[in-house]
Design a binder for this molecule. Structure first.
Ligand SMILES: [Zn+2]
Length: 469
């Protein structure tokens, strides 16, 4: 990680960048005379445009909400990125090589060019897949979407496409657009065999996975045909663009709602993200082939608030063990984050996509509404293993949940859960639980594992399953 970008380079990037061109990528601008352009403000809801851009002075201003700044501020706010990231993005755009205070250099011109080629290849592939969805060969793909309650407009909204059967449909298309095999190998869209490279995604429904700015950086593909020997879901492997620990499917569509509503809903699959958004839960995203981890938390934090606290992160699970494990795993993460984490479990095991289809949009809303704090979920999940109707079961339940409560680092929250646990166990005196938990906290401190995962919570290996459909 290089140090701070040199002041003069920041000024140079700002000067050389046409703010109108950058804003154009996000907002439709119309000339308003005197070198000014107008459009609908991306920072507040409005019907008539009060957002103005003045390229000569390199600034934007909204007369509705007062948002105001230069091109770097605009990119920062739109992408929810840091100052440095915004400058790097803008520099890459114009092929400017940044220098850093510690003598380091950022990505050089060659790397910037390679990255742009990768993005271009993804954009072309994305358009190719979407066009294929309308062809006769994609009947199975359309049937799948229809069967999940998604019409053509929904498919278009999310850019869903179809990767044709055969070995080289996309390969030929991209070669025809001037990409060399060496370049294509770096895209993650091709596999390599004895006779060279061939399409990685074949006979599959394809979702474009986009970064927060809306650029396609990878694909998730679901199998459609019985004779497909591959996994149900196949994603882009790690590439220069696609890092699964940082990718959130739907983040490009959800970012604005997440920031506005200070809520992030994490679902398990591409179709669940679609179903949520169509049902009006526009804060929904999904991880792609990995569990929600530390890097995802960073992204969530940045979107939810400026200072990294507050807001709600709601995990929806279909109630199976993997989902519960993933939730309990949060104990191993930063507990400032855990304190704003909630879990919504659908008792029937239906996912948001099933719910929307069988019981409508309201059922999806109801699932999100039913969220419970993560700590409560973890303790109750522990208690569920015991028959609390018997004295023996209650004693065992108490023993198992004390370490869970003791792992809560915030003292007043911990005390609160001592009382709650007393109630859930039907015990008369909260002091007994409090005493046991206090002892456990002290012992854990002596053992040196305070703050680790509670003994009763399954120490989670992240469920590595790709999102289900
Ligand atoms: Zn505004």
């Amino acid at each position: 990680m290089p140090g701070l970008i040199k002041r003069e380079d920041i000024d140079e990037v700002r000067q050389r960048t046409d703010i109108k061109e950058v804003v154009d990528g996000y907002v439709t601008l119309k000339g308003a005379g005197l070198g000014t352009f107008k459009g609908l403000c991306p920072f507040h809801d409005e019907r008539s445009p009060s957002f103005t851009v003045r390229p000569q002075v390199g600034r934007y201003h909204c007369f509705g909400c007062g948002e105001d700044g230069d091109v770097i501020a605009f990119v920062q706010k739109q992408d929810h990125s840091s100052f440095q990231e915004a400058v790097e993005k803008l520099a890459a755009r114009i092929g400017y090589e940044l220098r850093y205070e510690d003598g380091g250099t950022g990505p050089n011109r060659e790397e910037v060019g390679r990255r742009q080629r990768l993005l271009d290849a993804h954009k072309i592939a994305d358009e190719f897949f979407q066009a294929q969805l309308l062809t006769p060969g994609a009947a199975e793909a359309r049937t799948f979407l229809h069967g999940r309650g998604f019409d053509r407009a929904a498919a278009e909204q999310f850019g869903v496409g179809y990767a044709p059967q055969g070995w080289d449909a996309l390969l030929k298309h991209l070669r025809g657009r001037g990409f060399t095999d060496a370049e294509l190998k770096l895209t993650g869209m091709f596999s390599e065999g004895n006779r060279g490279i061939y399409d990685r995604f074949r006979g599959r429904l394809v979702w474009p996975i986009r970064d927060i700015a809306g650029d396609t950086i990878g694909f998730g593909a679901r199998k459609l045909y019985e004779d497909d020997q591959g996994p149900k879901y196949l994603n882009t492997p790690e590439t220069a663009l696609y890092k699964k620990s940082q990718v959130l499917y739907g983040i490009d569509l959800a970012k604005r709602s997440i920031a506005k509503d200070r809520q992030l809903v994490v679902v398990e699959g591409y179709t669940d993200v679609m179903a949520c958004h169509l049902a009006g839960i526009t804060t929904a995203v999904a991880t792609c082939g990995t569990a929600f981890g530390t890097d995802h938390i960073k992204i969530a934090r940045r979107l939810l608030s400026d200072d990294g606290t507050g807001g709600e992160v709601i995990f929806t699970f279909d109630g199976d063990a993997a989902g519960q494990k993933a939730a309990l795993r949060a104990f191993e993460e930063d507990q400032r984050f855990t304190a704003q984490t909630y879990v919504a479990v659908e008792p029937t095991g239906a996912d948001p996509c099933d719910l929307r289809q069988s019981r409508g949009d309201e059922a999806v809303h109801a699932l999100v509404q039913s969220r419970r704090p993560l700590f409560e979920f973890a303790i109750r999940t522990t208690l569920k293993q015991f028959n609390l109707d018997t004295v023996e079961g209650r004693v065992q339940g108490l023993k198992a949940s004390v370490p869970v409560v003791a792992a809560i680092r915030d003292a007043s929250t911990r005390t609160g859960y001592c009382q709650a646990l007393t109630g859930w166990l039907g015990m008369p005196d909260p002091n007994e639980v409090l005493r046991l938990v206090t002892t456990e906290v002290k012992n854990a401190g002596k053992r040196g594992d305070l703050g680790g995962a509670p003994a009763a919570a399954p120490r989670a290996s992240a469920p590595a399953a790709p999102p289900g459909g």
